[in-house]
Design a binder for this molecule. Structure first.
Ligand code: 5AD
Length: 346
């Protein structure tokens, strides 16, 4: 076996130099072995259970202008929407019936949505469905706002770091955004007591073994409870519309390496992975992922939440097709867990 891969499996820690070397040769690793070890690690902690989360895309209005993102402020081609409180609660009610016990409220950084409004949504969800977890994914905020939402009952927060290399971060974002602030937000979320998710896109413009080594060193040091990793997919109305997408193979390799670094991590096989390959999600699970996040948003708004082109939104990644998802998971020896699906231990 590759000597650095063996060290990773045994020690769950590599130096920056070792990460750089392993990541530089990642495509020539024995993939059957890599994915097999990652899947075994997943089964050691989770058995055959796959955790599901119902994703509710509450707003596609965003004050930021990230160069890769389809809902960036500077994209006039997007038809903007913000869901009503009762629409969100209806999504949760339907999701609960289907077996979802975690709801993820995700959205752009929408200046028209007040922190108090969001706290009220969280409180209402927790009051109606006390056995459910609420995950928020609403971008960078002040500590007081994160605290307000935590006190209202929010359990988890997803905020991908996007890249842990400052120069790469500056290639992906406009000058008013900075890596340091993003990492401060992640640390604050953890201090408050959230289960926290970091993560990055695979194959984003400017990504190199060097920037990936920074990502893995950051994950190793920060020890997030969740890691969101999916391929970069160009969106035609953005500055990166002409760039090439991240690949299935690369995403699977990096998912497996994250599983081996952080054995208990909650690791989704993302919609973006399902978008670049018809079996993307199953392949992600076979490479160590243990979470899927079907779309619970009202069907009419799903096509407006266009982070990237050709986003899947009506097939088996949609929450109403949970039966189909269960069948596909059964074919790879997995079952859907009907519980909150918290990070184990701690
Ligand atoms: N391709 C893939 N993922 C994207 N995201 C944003 N734009 C794209 C894109 N073009 C991801 C970012 C963000 C998450 C919500 O979606 O990593 O954190």
């Amino acid at each position: 076996m590759d000597e650095l891969l063996e060290k990773l499996i045994e020690e769950h820690h590599l130096s920056r130099e070792e990460w750089r070397a392993l990541l530089a040769r990642r495509r020539s690793l024995d993939k059957a072995l890599l994915f097999g070890r990652a899947e075994a690690e997943r089964r050691r902690w989770y058995g055959d259970a796959i955790y599901v989360r119902g994703l509710i895309e509450c707003t596609n209005i965003c004050k930021n202008n990230c160069l890769y993102c389809g809902i960036r402020r500077g994209n006039p081609a997007v038809s903007r929407y913000r869901l009503e409180r009762d629409t969100i609660l209806d999504c949760c009610a339907r999701g609960y019936e289907w077996g979802f016990r975690t709801f993820v409220l995700q959205g752009g950084e929408d200046p028209g949505l007040s922190p108090d409004q969001i706290a009220e949504w969280v409180g209402a969800i927790k009051a109606n469905w006390p056995d459910c977890a609420v995950t928020l994914s609403l971008g960078e905020c002040e500590r007081s706002v994160y605290q307000l939402w935590f006190d209202a009952g929010a359990d988890r927060y997803l905020l991908r770091h996007e890249t842990a290399d400052a120069a790469h971060y500056a290639m992906l974002h406009p000058p008013e955004m900075a890596l340091g602030h993003r990492l401060d937000c992640l640390r604050t979320l953890k201090e408050i007591g959230y289960q926290v998710g970091a993560g990055f896109m695979v194959g984003s413009p400017g990504q190199t073994p060097d920037t990936l080594a920074a990502d893995f060193c950051f994950l190793q040091e920060f020890q997030p409870h969740m890691v969101g990793i999916g391929p970069f997919i160009p969106q035609k109305d953005t500055p990166f519309g002409g760039e090439t997408a991240g690949t299935l193979e690369d995403t699977l390799i990096l998912l497996a390496l994250v599983r081996l670094l952080l054995p208990r991590v909650l690791l989704p096989a993302t919609t973006a992975l399902g978008t670049i390959h018809p079996q993307g999600r199953e392949l992600g699970i076979k490479a160590g992922a243990n979470v899927v996040m079907p779309n619970l948003s009202p069907p009419a708004t799903r096509e407006k939440y266009t982070l990237y082109d050709h986003k899947l939104c009506t097939g088996e990644e949609a929450a109403e097709h949970l039966a189909g998802l269960k069948r596909r998971l059964a074919s790879i020896g997995c079952t859907v867990a009907v519980h909150r699906g918290d990070f184990p231990g701690n």
